[in-house]
Design a protein around this ligand. Sequence first.
Ligand code: PHE
Length: 374
Amino acid sequence: MSGPNSDYDPVEVTPLKAEEVEAARDAALAAIAAAADLEQLKTVRLDHVGDRSPLALANREIGALPPAARKEAGARVGQARGAVNKALGERQAVLETEHEARILVEEAVDVTLPVDRRPAGGRHPLTTGAELIADIFVAMGWEVAEGPVIEAEWLNFDALNLGPDHPARTMQDTFWTDPAENHLVLRTHTSPVQARTMLSRGVSEDAPIYVVCPGRVFRTDEYDATHSPMFHQVEGLAIDKGITMAHLKGTLDHFAGQMFGEGINTRFRPSYFPFTEPSAEVDLVCFVCRGTGLNDAGTDPCRTCRGEGWIEWGGCGMVNPRVLRACGIDADTYSGFAFGMGIERTLMFRHGLEDLRTLFEGDVRFTTAFGSEL
Ligand code: PHE
Protein backbone atom coordinates (compact mmCIF):
# COMPACT_ATOMS: atom_id res chain seq x y z
CA MET A 1 0.00 0.00 0.00
CA SER A 2 1.28 3.50 -0.82
CA GLY A 3 1.82 5.69 2.23
CA PRO A 4 0.32 9.22 2.62
CA ASN A 5 2.11 11.56 0.27
CA SER A 6 1.84 15.30 0.52
CA ASP A 7 2.77 15.76 -3.18
CA TYR A 8 -0.05 13.53 -4.15
CA ASP A 9 -3.11 15.17 -5.68
CA PRO A 10 -6.07 13.02 -4.67
CA VAL A 11 -8.29 14.36 -7.42
CA GLU A 12 -5.91 12.97 -9.99
CA VAL A 13 -5.91 9.42 -8.60
CA THR A 14 -7.61 7.77 -11.56
CA PRO A 15 -8.79 4.55 -9.95
CA LEU A 16 -10.80 6.49 -7.43
CA LYS A 17 -12.80 8.58 -9.86
CA ALA A 18 -16.49 7.84 -9.48
CA GLU A 19 -16.94 6.80 -13.09
CA GLU A 20 -13.86 4.56 -12.95
CA VAL A 21 -15.12 2.79 -9.86
CA GLU A 22 -18.55 2.40 -11.44
CA ALA A 23 -17.04 1.14 -14.68
CA ALA A 24 -14.95 -1.43 -12.74
CA ARG A 25 -18.04 -2.51 -10.78
CA ASP A 26 -20.19 -2.80 -13.91
CA ALA A 27 -17.49 -4.76 -15.74
CA ALA A 28 -17.25 -7.12 -12.79
CA LEU A 29 -21.04 -7.57 -12.57
CA ALA A 30 -21.29 -8.20 -16.33
CA ALA A 31 -18.48 -10.77 -16.20
CA ILE A 32 -20.11 -12.50 -13.21
CA ALA A 33 -23.44 -12.70 -15.00
CA ALA A 34 -21.72 -14.09 -18.10
CA ALA A 35 -19.78 -16.80 -16.27
CA ALA A 36 -21.27 -20.02 -17.59
CA ASP A 37 -19.76 -22.43 -15.10
CA LEU A 38 -17.76 -22.62 -11.89
CA GLU A 39 -14.47 -22.70 -13.77
CA GLN A 40 -15.23 -19.43 -15.58
CA LEU A 41 -16.45 -17.85 -12.35
CA LYS A 42 -13.09 -18.63 -10.76
CA THR A 43 -11.31 -16.61 -13.48
CA VAL A 44 -13.83 -13.76 -13.11
CA ARG A 45 -13.15 -13.72 -9.36
CA LEU A 46 -9.40 -13.44 -9.93
CA ASP A 47 -9.80 -10.69 -12.54
CA HIS A 48 -12.32 -8.56 -10.63
CA VAL A 49 -11.69 -9.02 -6.92
CA GLY A 50 -8.18 -10.49 -6.96
CA ASP A 51 -5.16 -8.56 -5.63
CA ARG A 52 -4.45 -7.00 -8.99
CA SER A 53 -8.04 -6.16 -9.94
CA PRO A 54 -9.05 -2.48 -10.51
CA LEU A 55 -11.24 -2.45 -7.39
CA ALA A 56 -8.49 -3.91 -5.19
CA LEU A 57 -6.07 -1.31 -6.55
CA ALA A 58 -8.59 1.44 -5.89
CA ASN A 59 -9.09 0.18 -2.35
CA ARG A 60 -5.37 0.30 -1.78
CA GLU A 61 -5.18 3.91 -2.97
CA ILE A 62 -7.68 5.10 -0.34
CA GLY A 63 -5.01 5.08 2.33
CA ALA A 64 -2.99 7.58 0.29
CA LEU A 65 -5.77 10.18 0.26
CA PRO A 66 -5.96 13.08 2.62
CA PRO A 67 -8.24 12.14 5.57
CA ALA A 68 -11.09 14.37 4.35
CA ALA A 69 -11.29 12.59 0.99
CA ARG A 70 -10.99 9.07 2.40
CA LYS A 71 -14.57 8.79 3.63
CA GLU A 72 -16.29 9.43 0.34
CA ALA A 73 -13.82 7.39 -1.70
CA GLY A 74 -13.95 4.60 0.87
CA ALA A 75 -17.75 4.48 0.73
CA ARG A 76 -17.76 4.42 -3.08
CA VAL A 77 -15.19 1.68 -3.40
CA GLY A 78 -16.66 -0.26 -0.51
CA GLN A 79 -20.14 -0.24 -2.05
CA ALA A 80 -18.75 -1.33 -5.40
CA ARG A 81 -16.76 -4.17 -3.82
CA GLY A 82 -19.75 -5.16 -1.74
CA ALA A 83 -21.98 -5.33 -4.81
CA VAL A 84 -19.42 -7.38 -6.71
CA ASN A 85 -18.87 -9.83 -3.82
CA LYS A 86 -22.60 -10.27 -3.33
CA ALA A 87 -23.07 -10.96 -7.05
CA LEU A 88 -20.19 -13.41 -6.96
CA GLY A 89 -21.70 -15.27 -4.01
CA GLU A 90 -25.10 -15.48 -5.68
CA ARG A 91 -23.69 -16.60 -9.01
CA GLN A 92 -21.55 -19.21 -7.22
CA ALA A 93 -24.65 -20.62 -5.51
CA VAL A 94 -26.58 -20.76 -8.79
CA LEU A 95 -23.74 -22.44 -10.69
CA GLU A 96 -23.13 -24.97 -7.91
CA THR A 97 -26.78 -25.99 -7.95
CA GLU A 98 -26.66 -26.33 -11.74
CA HIS A 99 -23.47 -28.36 -11.52
CA GLU A 100 -24.95 -30.81 -9.04
CA ALA A 101 -28.11 -31.17 -11.08
CA ARG A 102 -26.03 -31.90 -14.19
CA ILE A 103 -23.97 -34.56 -12.39
CA LEU A 104 -27.16 -36.26 -11.30
CA VAL A 105 -28.31 -36.44 -14.89
CA GLU A 106 -24.99 -37.18 -16.60
CA GLU A 107 -23.76 -39.80 -14.17
CA ALA A 108 -27.08 -41.48 -13.61
CA VAL A 109 -27.16 -45.26 -14.09
CA ASP A 110 -30.28 -46.71 -15.55
CA VAL A 111 -30.62 -49.92 -13.60
CA THR A 112 -33.54 -50.97 -15.78
CA LEU A 113 -31.42 -51.21 -18.98
CA PRO A 114 -31.01 -54.80 -20.22
CA VAL A 115 -27.49 -56.19 -19.54
CA ASP A 116 -25.22 -57.68 -22.21
CA ARG A 117 -25.82 -61.42 -21.86
CA ARG A 118 -23.53 -62.57 -24.67
CA PRO A 119 -21.16 -65.20 -23.27
CA ALA A 120 -17.53 -64.13 -23.27
CA GLY A 121 -16.50 -67.54 -24.66
CA GLY A 122 -15.49 -70.86 -23.23
CA ARG A 123 -12.41 -72.94 -22.62
CA HIS A 124 -12.36 -75.48 -25.39
CA PRO A 125 -13.45 -79.00 -24.42
CA LEU A 126 -10.24 -80.35 -25.97
CA THR A 127 -8.22 -78.20 -23.57
CA THR A 128 -10.28 -79.07 -20.52
CA GLY A 129 -10.45 -82.73 -21.66
CA ALA A 130 -6.64 -82.99 -22.00
CA GLU A 131 -6.31 -81.40 -18.55
CA LEU A 132 -8.78 -83.85 -17.07
CA ILE A 133 -6.82 -86.80 -18.49
CA ALA A 134 -3.51 -85.39 -17.26
CA ASP A 135 -5.05 -84.88 -13.79
CA ILE A 136 -6.04 -88.55 -13.57
CA PHE A 137 -2.38 -89.51 -14.06
CA VAL A 138 -0.92 -86.70 -11.96
CA ALA A 139 -3.09 -88.00 -9.10
CA MET A 140 -1.19 -91.31 -9.42
CA GLY A 141 2.16 -89.50 -9.22
CA TRP A 142 2.86 -89.33 -12.96
CA GLU A 143 4.46 -86.33 -14.66
CA VAL A 144 3.22 -84.48 -17.74
CA ALA A 145 5.70 -84.28 -20.66
CA GLU A 146 5.50 -82.40 -23.95
CA GLY A 147 7.32 -82.45 -27.27
CA PRO A 148 7.36 -80.39 -30.48
CA VAL A 149 4.74 -80.91 -33.21
CA ILE A 150 7.40 -80.50 -35.91
CA GLU A 151 9.47 -83.54 -35.06
CA ALA A 152 12.71 -85.14 -36.21
CA GLU A 153 12.03 -88.07 -38.55
CA TRP A 154 14.39 -90.19 -36.44
CA LEU A 155 12.37 -89.64 -33.23
CA ASN A 156 8.99 -90.03 -34.91
CA PHE A 157 9.99 -93.26 -36.70
CA ASP A 158 13.50 -94.76 -36.39
CA ALA A 159 13.88 -94.56 -32.60
CA LEU A 160 10.50 -96.28 -32.35
CA ASN A 161 11.57 -99.21 -34.51
CA LEU A 162 9.55 -98.01 -37.49
CA GLY A 163 12.07 -98.95 -40.17
CA PRO A 164 12.69 -97.03 -43.41
CA ASP A 165 10.30 -99.30 -45.30
CA HIS A 166 7.41 -98.90 -42.89
CA PRO A 167 4.26 -97.78 -44.79
CA ALA A 168 3.53 -95.04 -42.22
CA ARG A 169 6.58 -93.21 -43.57
CA THR A 170 5.10 -92.68 -47.05
CA MET A 171 3.83 -89.40 -48.42
CA GLN A 172 0.29 -90.82 -48.24
CA ASP A 173 0.38 -91.06 -44.48
CA THR A 174 2.67 -88.33 -43.27
CA PHE A 175 3.12 -84.59 -43.73
CA TRP A 176 6.77 -84.05 -44.60
CA THR A 177 8.29 -80.58 -44.45
CA ASP A 178 10.53 -78.87 -47.00
CA PRO A 179 13.43 -79.12 -47.50
CA ALA A 180 13.50 -82.92 -47.32
CA GLU A 181 17.18 -82.91 -46.18
CA ASN A 182 16.05 -81.51 -42.79
CA HIS A 183 14.15 -84.76 -42.13
CA LEU A 184 11.38 -83.00 -40.22
CA VAL A 185 7.77 -84.23 -40.12
CA LEU A 186 4.56 -83.09 -38.49
CA ARG A 187 4.54 -85.80 -35.85
CA THR A 188 2.16 -88.63 -36.70
CA HIS A 189 1.71 -89.68 -33.06
CA THR A 190 2.77 -88.63 -29.56
CA SER A 191 5.11 -91.66 -29.28
CA PRO A 192 8.26 -89.58 -30.11
CA VAL A 193 7.74 -87.95 -26.70
CA GLN A 194 8.49 -91.43 -25.26
CA ALA A 195 11.87 -91.43 -27.00
CA ARG A 196 12.56 -87.82 -26.00
CA THR A 197 11.77 -88.55 -22.35
CA MET A 198 13.98 -91.65 -22.18
CA LEU A 199 16.84 -89.90 -23.99
CA SER A 200 16.70 -86.68 -22.00
CA ARG A 201 16.40 -88.08 -18.49
CA GLY A 202 17.41 -91.72 -18.64
CA VAL A 203 16.10 -94.02 -15.94
CA SER A 204 17.40 -95.17 -12.57
CA GLU A 205 16.07 -97.04 -9.57
CA ASP A 206 15.45 -93.72 -7.80
CA ALA A 207 14.03 -92.03 -10.86
CA PRO A 208 11.76 -94.37 -12.82
CA ILE A 209 9.75 -92.86 -15.68
CA TYR A 210 6.00 -92.32 -15.36
CA VAL A 211 4.91 -89.72 -17.88
CA VAL A 212 1.72 -88.79 -19.68
CA CYS A 213 1.99 -86.71 -22.87
CA PRO A 214 -1.07 -85.04 -24.38
CA GLY A 215 -0.52 -83.34 -27.73
CA ARG A 216 -1.45 -82.55 -31.30
CA VAL A 217 -0.67 -84.99 -34.12
CA PHE A 218 -1.06 -84.98 -37.93
CA ARG A 219 -1.91 -87.56 -40.57
CA THR A 220 -3.01 -87.18 -44.18
CA ASP A 221 -6.55 -88.33 -43.33
CA GLU A 222 -9.79 -87.08 -44.87
CA TYR A 223 -11.85 -84.68 -42.75
CA ASP A 224 -15.07 -86.49 -41.88
CA ALA A 225 -17.21 -87.47 -38.87
CA THR A 226 -14.51 -89.78 -37.48
CA HIS A 227 -11.26 -88.55 -39.08
CA SER A 228 -9.27 -85.36 -39.20
CA PRO A 229 -5.80 -84.55 -40.56
CA MET A 230 -5.07 -82.93 -37.20
CA PHE A 231 -6.15 -84.45 -33.93
CA HIS A 232 -4.90 -85.04 -30.41
CA GLN A 233 -3.46 -88.05 -28.65
CA VAL A 234 -2.47 -88.82 -25.13
CA GLU A 235 0.55 -91.05 -24.68
CA GLY A 236 1.52 -92.86 -21.51
CA LEU A 237 4.95 -94.29 -20.71
CA ALA A 238 6.09 -96.19 -17.62
CA ILE A 239 9.68 -97.51 -17.31
CA ASP A 240 10.73 -99.14 -14.07
CA LYS A 241 12.11 -102.41 -12.71
CA GLY A 242 9.70 -105.31 -12.97
CA ILE A 243 6.95 -103.62 -15.01
CA THR A 244 4.54 -106.20 -16.51
CA MET A 245 1.48 -106.21 -18.71
CA ALA A 246 -0.63 -106.51 -15.54
CA HIS A 247 0.48 -102.99 -14.56
CA LEU A 248 -0.55 -101.77 -17.99
CA LYS A 249 -3.98 -103.40 -17.72
CA GLY A 250 -4.56 -102.07 -14.20
CA THR A 251 -3.51 -98.55 -15.22
CA LEU A 252 -5.85 -98.50 -18.24
CA ASP A 253 -8.77 -99.90 -16.23
CA HIS A 254 -8.28 -97.13 -13.70
CA PHE A 255 -8.03 -94.51 -16.48
CA ALA A 256 -11.23 -95.84 -18.12
CA GLY A 257 -13.11 -95.94 -14.80
CA GLN A 258 -12.15 -92.33 -14.04
CA MET A 259 -13.02 -91.16 -17.55
CA PHE A 260 -16.25 -93.06 -18.20
CA GLY A 261 -17.46 -94.24 -14.80
CA GLU A 262 -17.00 -97.24 -12.54
CA GLY A 263 -17.44 -100.56 -14.30
CA ILE A 264 -16.24 -99.37 -17.70
CA ASN A 265 -13.26 -101.74 -17.96
CA THR A 266 -10.90 -102.51 -20.81
CA ARG A 267 -9.97 -105.61 -22.74
CA PHE A 268 -6.87 -106.25 -24.86
CA ARG A 269 -6.86 -107.68 -28.38
CA PRO A 270 -3.55 -108.84 -29.89
CA SER A 271 -2.15 -106.33 -32.32
CA TYR A 272 1.10 -105.04 -33.72
CA PHE A 273 3.07 -101.83 -33.23
CA PRO A 274 6.80 -101.80 -34.05
CA PHE A 275 7.58 -99.99 -30.79
CA THR A 276 5.78 -102.40 -28.42
CA GLU A 277 6.09 -106.15 -27.98
CA PRO A 278 3.66 -107.64 -27.25
CA SER A 279 1.16 -105.11 -28.53
CA ALA A 280 -2.58 -104.82 -28.05
CA GLU A 281 -5.59 -102.83 -29.11
CA VAL A 282 -7.47 -101.51 -26.08
CA ASP A 283 -11.26 -101.87 -26.14
CA LEU A 284 -13.69 -100.33 -23.69
CA VAL A 285 -16.88 -101.86 -22.39
CA CYS A 286 -19.52 -100.10 -24.53
CA PHE A 287 -20.65 -97.19 -22.36
CA VAL A 288 -24.12 -97.21 -23.96
CA CYS A 289 -25.20 -100.89 -23.58
CA ARG A 290 -22.59 -101.54 -20.85
CA GLY A 291 -21.42 -104.66 -22.63
CA THR A 292 -24.74 -106.39 -23.42
CA GLY A 293 -24.49 -105.58 -27.14
CA LEU A 294 -28.24 -104.87 -27.19
CA ASN A 295 -30.34 -101.73 -27.44
CA ASP A 296 -32.46 -100.48 -24.51
CA ALA A 297 -35.43 -102.64 -25.47
CA GLY A 298 -33.14 -105.67 -25.76
CA THR A 299 -34.49 -106.37 -29.24
CA ASP A 300 -31.77 -105.07 -31.59
CA PRO A 301 -28.00 -104.73 -31.55
CA CYS A 302 -26.66 -101.65 -29.72
CA ARG A 303 -25.99 -98.96 -32.34
CA THR A 304 -22.88 -97.58 -30.66
CA CYS A 305 -20.88 -100.84 -30.54
CA ARG A 306 -22.82 -102.57 -33.35
CA GLY A 307 -23.71 -105.40 -31.00
CA GLU A 308 -20.09 -106.08 -29.99
CA GLY A 309 -20.42 -104.87 -26.39
CA TRP A 310 -16.95 -103.31 -26.82
CA ILE A 311 -15.56 -100.28 -28.63
CA GLU A 312 -12.01 -99.61 -29.74
CA TRP A 313 -10.18 -96.96 -27.71
CA GLY A 314 -6.44 -97.02 -28.51
CA GLY A 315 -3.20 -98.97 -28.74
CA CYS A 316 -0.75 -100.20 -26.12
CA GLY A 317 1.94 -102.73 -25.29
CA MET A 318 5.20 -103.44 -23.52
CA VAL A 319 7.94 -101.11 -24.77
CA ASN A 320 10.01 -103.03 -27.34
CA PRO A 321 13.54 -103.66 -25.96
CA ARG A 322 14.88 -102.33 -29.28
CA VAL A 323 13.27 -98.97 -28.44
CA LEU A 324 14.71 -99.05 -24.91
CA ARG A 325 18.18 -99.70 -26.35
CA ALA A 326 17.85 -97.01 -29.03
CA CYS A 327 17.02 -94.59 -26.21
CA GLY A 328 19.98 -95.61 -24.03
CA ILE A 329 18.11 -97.73 -21.48
CA ASP A 330 19.39 -101.06 -20.14
CA ALA A 331 16.71 -103.43 -21.42
CA ASP A 332 17.91 -106.28 -19.20
CA THR A 333 17.24 -104.29 -16.02
CA TYR A 334 14.27 -102.17 -16.99
CA SER A 335 10.99 -102.82 -18.74
CA GLY A 336 8.03 -100.64 -19.42
CA PHE A 337 4.64 -100.18 -20.98
CA ALA A 338 3.20 -97.53 -23.26
CA PHE A 339 -0.23 -96.63 -24.55
CA GLY A 340 -1.75 -94.06 -26.89
CA MET A 341 -5.35 -92.88 -27.23
CA GLY A 342 -7.08 -90.28 -29.37
CA ILE A 343 -8.33 -87.44 -27.16
CA GLU A 344 -11.17 -86.50 -29.54
CA ARG A 345 -12.34 -90.12 -29.59
CA THR A 346 -12.16 -90.26 -25.79
CA LEU A 347 -14.24 -87.07 -25.50
CA MET A 348 -16.74 -88.32 -28.09
CA PHE A 349 -17.29 -91.42 -25.93
CA ARG A 350 -17.44 -89.44 -22.72
CA HIS A 351 -19.93 -86.86 -23.99
CA GLY A 352 -21.83 -88.90 -26.57
CA LEU A 353 -20.67 -86.74 -29.51
CA GLU A 354 -21.51 -88.16 -32.91
CA ASP A 355 -19.35 -86.00 -35.13
CA LEU A 356 -15.66 -85.36 -34.51
CA ARG A 357 -15.91 -82.10 -36.45
CA THR A 358 -17.95 -80.41 -33.70
CA LEU A 359 -14.68 -80.38 -31.75
CA PHE A 360 -12.93 -78.32 -34.41
CA GLU A 361 -15.55 -75.85 -35.55
CA GLY A 362 -15.13 -73.38 -32.68
CA ASP A 363 -18.87 -72.83 -32.20
CA VAL A 364 -19.27 -71.14 -28.83
CA ARG A 365 -22.73 -72.71 -28.39
CA PHE A 366 -20.98 -76.07 -28.43
CA THR A 367 -18.14 -75.17 -26.08
CA THR A 368 -20.36 -73.46 -23.50
CA ALA A 369 -22.52 -76.58 -23.36
CA PHE A 370 -19.53 -78.18 -21.63
CA GLY A 371 -20.04 -75.78 -18.76
CA SER A 372 -16.72 -74.09 -19.39
CA GLU A 373 -18.00 -70.55 -19.89
CA LEU A 374 -15.36 -68.00 -18.93
N1 PHE B 1 1.40 -94.50 -31.40
C1 PHE B 1 0.33 -95.44 -31.63
C2 PHE B 1 -0.64 -94.84 -32.64
O1 PHE B 1 -0.55 -93.68 -32.91
C3 PHE B 1 -0.43 -95.76 -30.36
C4 PHE B 1 0.42 -96.47 -29.37
C5 PHE B 1 1.11 -95.78 -28.41
C6 PHE B 1 0.51 -97.87 -29.41
C7 PHE B 1 1.89 -96.45 -27.49
C8 PHE B 1 1.27 -98.53 -28.51
C9 PHE B 1 1.95 -97.82 -27.56
O2 PHE B 1 -1.48 -95.53 -33.17
